[in-house]
Design a protein around this ligand. Structure first.
Ligand code: KQY
Length: 363
């Protein structure tokens, strides 16, 4: 595997939209008991459901630590590939490679990863195995890569339309625990160079109390160039209302890289979801890992869905808006099969279906 010192833009590579064709999907197997309750077994069952649902549409690879190989192999269907890759937790969206392509070859962009804020407000320590994971995926896929030793980024903090536009949040990319040595213009310059985009739309904040410092992938997603989904509530008493309203204002005001006005679909959130006593007690409390306290509100959002070839895999919460979310997604993606998976167990770990998946584009 070669590590380039040039940039994707210089080499004519761009990041495709998630809605473009995939070669396959990566997932990492959950196991750490300070994040996943009851020895991670309930989460493993849901991850297996997500892997199986995606495998209906495209090839799925699940990366596991050595000690979990036999268990994961047993719990996953035969046609899902299971490979040993050391990891610290199960968020391949964030620590996996961001793939770029020139239409003939795929390369990985390997950002530095510091568990969502490092020693400032990171969610666990250490994170060295996660930081090394993107390189290992590139090895396995025979991709050359670009490595940024001095730029921290998680895949969940960006969305691109594959056509020159990137959407992110100030809350995350300007956070103290990431690239505080760089200003907004310098961060923009890195994104433009390494993802080959021309226009960056900055939302202010992500979903209320999202522990990732407001990852964009929990509040916003592209349907296709010029069209997007925004997490929404009509409840003016909910702190989320003002956040979503502000995002809407920005999205309605902005144009994309091609000068298009964005068509924005509202995807209504579930009612606030709180951690129960039983759920809180099921997690091993460990210093240095974010505690899971009874009554804490979780950052639940239907926008945290994943697009695979011909499919949309979205989280459900046993909420009255589950059905409404399905209808909205079917309207937005009439040519895809829309599949809901009850994903509270992933939410309890701090993210959702989009956060646990990473697409490998097709050339
Ligand atoms: O939302 C994500 N992209 C990751 C969430 C990480 C939570 C770690 N506990």
């Amino acid at each position: 595997m070669k590590t380039y010192t040039t940039t994707p833009k210089e080499d004519g590579f761009r990041m495709p939209g998630e809605f473009e064709n995939h070669l396959g999907t990566y997932i990492i197997w959950p196991e750490r008991t300070d994040n996943w309750r009851l020895g991670a077994k309930p989460a493993q069952e849901v991850f297996a459901q997500v892997a199986s649902a995606i495998a209906e549409h495209e090839a799925v690879t699940v990366a596991v630590n050595e000690g979990q190989y036999a268990n994961a192999r047993h719990m996953l269907p035969d046609h899902v590939r299971v490979v040993e890759i050391s990891n610290d937790d199960a968020w391949v969206r964030d620590c996996g490679p961001t793939c770029v392509t020139d239409g003939k070859e795929v390369r990985g962009v390997d950002w530095r990863f510091n568990a969502w804020g490092g020693l400032v407000d990171g969610l666990y320590f250490p994170w060295d195995k996660d930081d090394a994971l993107a390189q290992k995926v590139c090895e396995l896929e025979r991709f050359n890569r670009y490595r940024l030793d001095h730029f921290i980024l998680e895949g969940g903090s960006i969305h691109t339309d594959g056509d020159g536009t990137l959407v992110t949040t100030e809350e995350c990319l300007l956070s103290e625990g990431r690239n505080s040595h760089l200003n907004k213009e310098q961060i923009e310059a890195v994104l433009k160079e390494y993802l080959n985009v021309e226009k960056i739309i900055w939302l202010k904040r992500g979903i209320y109390l999202d522990e990732t410092n407001g990852h964009v992938d929990n509040i916003f997603a592209f349907v296709k160039p010029g069209e997007c989904l925004l997490a929404w509530t009509d409840d003016k008493e909910d702190p989320q209302y003002e956040i979503s309203r502000e995002c809407l204002e920005i999205l309605e005001r902005e144009t994309d890289a091609r000068g298009r006005k964005l068509k924005v679909h509202k995807l209504h959130l579930p009612k606030p979801i709180l951690i129960t006593k039983e759920e809180s007690h099921g997690v091993d409390a460990v210093d240095g890992t974010l505690p899971r306290k009874e009554g804490d509100r979780l950052a639940a959002s239907y926008v945290n869905f994943y697009l695979c070839n011909g499919g949309v895999i979205y989280p459900t919460f046993h909420d009255e808006n589950d059905q409404r979310a399905e209808e909205t997604l079917k309207e937005c993606f009439p040519d895809r099969e829309v599949t809901g998976i009850y994903a509270r167990e992933i939410l309890l770990g701090g993210g959702n279906i989009h956060c646990i998946t990473q697409q490998i584009p097709m050339v």
